[in-house]
Ligand binder design. Sequence first.
Ligand code: F6R
Length: 366
Amino acid sequence: EKGGYDHFMLKEIYEQPSVIKDTYRGRLLANEGIIRMAGIEDNLEKFLNADRIIIVACGTSWHAGLVAEYIFEEFTRVPVEVEYASEFRYRNPIIGPKDVVIAISQSGETADTMAAIKLAKEKGAFVFGVCNVVGSSISRETHAGAYTHAGPEIGVASTKAFTTQITVLTMIALRLAKAKGTLSNTDYHMYLQELELIPEKVKEALGTNDIAKEIAATFIDAPNCLYLGRGYNFPVALEGALKLKEISYIHAEGYPAAEMKHGPIALIDEQMPVVVIAPRKGHYDKIVSNIQEIKSRSGRIIAVVTKGDTEVRKLADFVIEIPETSDALSPLLTTIPLQLLSYHIAVMRECNVDQPRNLAKSVTVE
Ligand code: F6R
């Protein structure tokens, strides 16, 4: 059942190279410069005419939506809003026929997301689903959709669903960018090629398992933990913190790194582990100065960096190296060591990794 792994969560983390490939199989033809997904092709006009895209989801799926916001706006120049389904449904949202709503749900059964979809439909919006479970309620309720093809996710903490959601959403953004001409030809082809290389690079990122375990041993007794990232990796910081909270019961918060000085920096002392996502591309110099700020307050720094990094290494207590990719695709790699880190911390704390207390795999009540 667990394929030789101690937990479903670990199995699912390790499945990511192959399920990401399953997600883009037949849809991404990098050498031909083609992305084709039936649900998008059949509704291309709706997407192209949209004044804005509203993404609704909960939990980890909401974090995938936040990553998608950065990607969609950069690639397609269409304004995107990302909403917690539970907030959206109760606040009389301004929404109409010129809006496209993308609902993201691994289970396809989340009550709040379902209610948000029904409301958006009533108001005339076109609703597109990104679900994992085939034939699920949300996949049936939406006008069209694209499955993530991650296979069954048994561990309550979502892992492979997150990376495959990002993969699907990236493909949608690239398809729309091609139709709109909002990405240069060079960039468009570069992203297709890069996306095709992601499974190999995720495999390489899984090689951080040993260092993640070593770091976990140092932090098992930490009462709190901070996760910081910028740009595309800000949502990854949120997701890293959520993973730690839900399976290890350590309080953790994710923040955009620059928000530190607006409050959370007050928390930093030598007891506080701070996980910083600092890949070479993106806002590297900015994040290096954020790391210096933490260092000068004696925070303990765990940095996720691009292979070969030397600058952050000088400042951090631990570095975790991941392969290089473009800034926009980096969440697919930076997420991996954070999943492994929470996993090992939870195992060392003897928590029930696959079935954390108080949590259910699909939240069918509001
Ligand atoms: C976190 C987690 C939850 C779900 C959330 C939405 O690891 O699993 O936060 O992401 O309950 O679930 P779905 O995606 O099934 O709608």
